[in-house]
Design a protein around this ligand. Structure first.
Ligand code: HEM
Length: 430
């Protein structure tokens, strides 16, 4: 067995915080290795990247997720008692609950709701000077996912609930006041969702049986027990929060459309396949989660290196999506690369890799893809707008990474069809 290459700094916590997306791959390049050891918060951690690394990371016989999330992430992004921190049979059983909610049919319902809300919004924007796309997308997604999931949401509460949900992913990585706000937002959000679970159980609220609220409130663990209300609230949040987080991908789509005007033309006259290739390339090219974490169950050896029991391991998601051994000219935005893509589950990993049922790969990939497609269709085919002078560079220190101004658009016009009617006939009545 060889010794793992070591990042020589005493502790790399600051270096990682300064450059979260490129930290692992830049060291892998320097050390000429797909694995190296470093210290984060003074603890030894192994960092890995690439296709082979993804295969081993998603082999559940080697890795555990119990107690892996750092406490500041558990208190904001994830909450406690959710699927992310489970292993083995219990994890598979809980994961089935998510996957049963996310069938093609059900996702189609969410897509239709979101499309209708986008159309109303576009009309509102046409009466406004400027629009911050990130916030607008968050509100659309909050409204759509709450309605779809059977979470009652008064129109007067959309603003407040959107801010709470967005704080959980926007500020999870921050320190100081933003982090405190994210902690408070989680408390408020869980209190709200716990109340809904309790109302369903006491039959004072009766949502349809195929909604997420009903399914989560009535889900039973492997011993036949209902989830405690706190864990049920965390799992409901696990559906609402990441759906609202697709807003970052939507801003990245708008950014790509702006940076590559010919792509916009292709999409305007294009096929469903063109749209799919574009969305996949946004997911590959743009930074979202930098890495995923796990810990070694029992000591094993990989590529001749020791992985000792209990050691934390980080898989480089962004670096693998930009690995030149997998992707030709990885730093170029080129949707065409997906035209002939083989669908390898270990190479395109913005939302994790491997098998959705067996391991921790994100069950929300299809929602993310469909919501991105709806938003791109809106931006390309249902409205016209200008992008005023602003800081358009992707802020790589921010998690998730979007431009500093959160993408401002102005002069929005509802697109007209060849006959002169708005693209949605209903809009004329509003
Ligand atoms: C905004 C786009 C999204 C991104 C970038 C994203 C990314 C990820 C990543 C990186 C993981 C962890 C993979 C791992 O630990 O190995 C994950 C897990 C998860 N995601 Fe997503 N996700 C997104 C959208 C969604 C949506 C829309 C949903 C639900 C409707 C969702 C629900 C979940 C859940 C429940 C898990 C935990 C799965 C498990 O531990 O088995 N995500 N996601």
């Amino acid at each position: 067995m060889s010794r793992l290459p070591v990042e020589t700094k005493l502790d790399s916590t600051l270096a990682l915080a300064r450059d979260p997306y490129r930290f692992i791959s830049s060291r892998c390049e320097k050390l000429n290795s797909d694995a190296f050891e470093t210290r984060l918060l003074l603890q030894k951690v192994i960092c890995i990247r690439g296709e082979e690394a993804t295969k081993v990371f998603y082999d559940t016989s080697h890795f555990s997720r119990v107690g892996v999330a750092p406490s500041r992430i558990a208190k904001t992004l994830f909450g406690r008692g959710g699927v992310q921190g489970m292993d083995g049979k219990a994890h598979r059983h809980r994961k089935m609950m998510f996957l049963s909610l996310l069938t093609e049919d059900k996702i189609g319902g969410l897509t239709q709701l979101a499309r209708d809300i986008w159309k109303r919004r576009v009309l509102q924007w046409s009466r406004m000077d400027q629009v911050v796309l990130y916030r607008q997308a968050q509100e659309v997604l909050t409204e759509a996912v709450c309605q779809w999931a059977g979470v009652p949401l008064d129109p007067a509460d959309v603003d407040r609930r959107t801010s709470e949900l967005a704080a959980l992913f926007d500020y999870a990585g921050n320190v100081g006041p933003k982090h405190w706000w994210a902690k408070l937002a989680r408390k408020r959000n869980e209190l709200w969702l716990r109340g809904i679970v309790e109302q369903i159980r006491s039959r004072t609220y009766d949502p349809p049986e195929d909604t997420a609220t009903f399914i989560v409130a009535n889900h039973r663990d492997l011993d036949g027990n209902l989830l405690d209300p706190q864990s049920a609230a965390v799992e409901l949040n696990n559906i609402l929060r990441p759906t609202v987080a697709v807003s970052a991908y939507i801003v990245q789509c708008a950014h790509a459309l702006h940076e590559h005007p010919t792509t916009r033309e292709t999409l305007a006259n294009g096929s469903a396949d063109d749209l799919w290739c574009f969305v996949q390339e946004v997911r590959r090219f743009y930074p979202f989660f930098p890495f995923a974490g796990a810990k070694v169950k029992e000591s094993f050896e990989w590529q001749g290196y020791p992985f000792p029991s209990g050691r934390k391991v980080l898989l480089d998601l962004y670096g693998t999506n930009h690995d030149p051994r997998i992707w030709n000219r990885p730093d170029e935005f080129d949707p065409e690369r997906f035209r002939e893509w083989d669908g390898n589950p270990f190479t395109l990993i913005p939302q994790g890799g491997g098998d959705h049922h067996e391991n921790h790969r994100c069950p929300g990939e299809w929602i993310a893809i469909e919501q991105m497609k709806v938003a791109v269709d809106m931006l390309v085919n249902h409205c016209q707008y200008e992008v005023p002078e602003q800081e358009l560079q992707i802020d790589m220190d921010r998690l998730p990474a979007i431009p500093k101004n959160q993408f401002i658009i102005e002069g929005v016009r509802v697109a007209q069809t060849a006959s002169g009617a708005p693209t949605d006939g209903q809009e004329t009545n509003e």
